[in-house]
Design a protein around this ligand. Structure first.
Ligand SMILES: NC(=O)C1=CN([C@@H]2O[C@H](COP(=O)(O)OP(=O)(O)OC[C@H]3O[C@@H](n4cnc5c(N)ncnc54)[C@H](OP(=O)(O)O)[C@@H]3O)[C@@H](O)[C@H]2O)C=CC1
Ligand SMILES: O=C(O)[C@@H]1CCC=N1
Length: 272
């Protein structure tokens, strides 16, 4: 099995490890580097994986070295990885999940020709329902992409784009679950406001989102058509949607995606 080292056992690093284990990945083929001692101990006892505090230690012997650290920590990790002979003993690929940081930035610091693949996952990888977008760097060959796709395909749907689309991707599917959770929070607030208990409100909102998502995925119809089918003439949905449009919800989402893309771009320019 492909050996995977995850550098950074934070939110997305842990989600990846849990998702892979739940999908049947062998624990012996996973290792995590996490420099927060408390978190490292917690991950090791809860997940049963080997956790080390040194990125170089984790990367040694791994086929995929997955970076899941904050953009500001990338330099430190690359310096640490410089202590070992990356790609010397075996074919290795660096997989960066870091928002905004380009493959060329890694390529410039890694041994010449080292393959780098930029990936944007999202937290639903935790439950095998992630959206994982891949962009190959200059030296990533089809075989490398296949390996990355195979491993990450266990935790969600994988698609490939050109790297110049990755900031947009980050703004849509990377941050996207947070937008959905915000909508859920607001709907639950509304449901409680019209007299439902928090428990009932949560049940109704969650299942409504699950059902709507399933229709989006399975019906082949556009969101607009699906919404029209809920909207009876002169009815409740029309009254609600009029309020949402009056409040500028649509344009707020559009602006939100622009803001996220710009933030991702700034991560890149801050570290180039
Ligand atoms: N959260 C998400 O939904 C997504 C995140 N990402 C990307 O993933 C990256 C991580 O995000 P997230 O998981 O939210 O962040 P977290 O801060 O939760 O996780 C990063 C973890 O890495 C640790 N760390 C930092 N440097 C090292 C090192 N040299 N060796 C070992 N461990 C280290 C941090 O420890 P400490 O805090 O002590 O520094 C922290 O525990 C970001 O670049 C983000 O853009 C991508 C897609 C989705
Ligand atoms: O908020 C962030 O910066 C990261 C990138 C995508 C999702 N979380």
């Amino acid at each position: 099995m492909t050996r995977v080292a995850v550098i950074g056992g934070g939110r997305i690093g842990e989600a990846l490890v849990v998702g892979l284990i739940d999908a049947g990945y062998a624990i012996k083929d996973l290792v995590v580097a996490e420099h927060d001692g408390g978190r490292a101990a917690d991950l090791s006892s809860r997940l049963g994986v080997r956790v080390t505090d040194a990125a170089a230690d984790a990367a040694e012997g791994a086929d995929l070295v997955v970076l899941a650290v904050k953009p500001s920590d990338v330099d430190r990790v690359l310096t640490d990885l410089g202590r070992i002979e990356l790609g010397g003993q075996r074919e290795q690929v660096l997989v960066s999940m870091v928002a905004g940081v380009s493959t060329s930035r890694y390529e410039n610091k890694l041994p010449a020709g080292f393959p780098v693949v930029r990936v944007m996952p999202n937290t639903p990888i935790l439950v095998g329902q992630g959206m994982i977008v891949i962009a190959p760097g200059r030296y990533a060959r089809p075989g490398h992409l296949e390996t990355v796709g195979e491993v990450l395909g266990a935790v969600g749907r994988v698609t490939t784009v050109a790297e110049n689309q990755m900031d947009a991707v980050t703004a849509v599917s990377g941050s996207g679950p947070a937008y959905c959770f915000l909508v859920a929070e607001a709907l639950i607030d509304g449901a409680v406001g019209v007299g439902l208990s928090l428990r009932t409100a949560t049940e109704l909102v969650v299942q409504t989102m699950v059902g709507a998502a399933a229709m989006l995925q399975e019906s082949g119809e556009s969101p607009n058509d699906l919404r029209a089918a809920v909207t009876s003439p002169g009815g409740t949905t029309a009254a609600a949607v009029r309020e949402l449009e009056r409040a500028g919800v649509r344009s707020a989402f559009i602006e939100a995606v622009h803001a996220a893309k710009e933030r991702s771009e700034r991560h890149g320019s801050a570290t180039e």
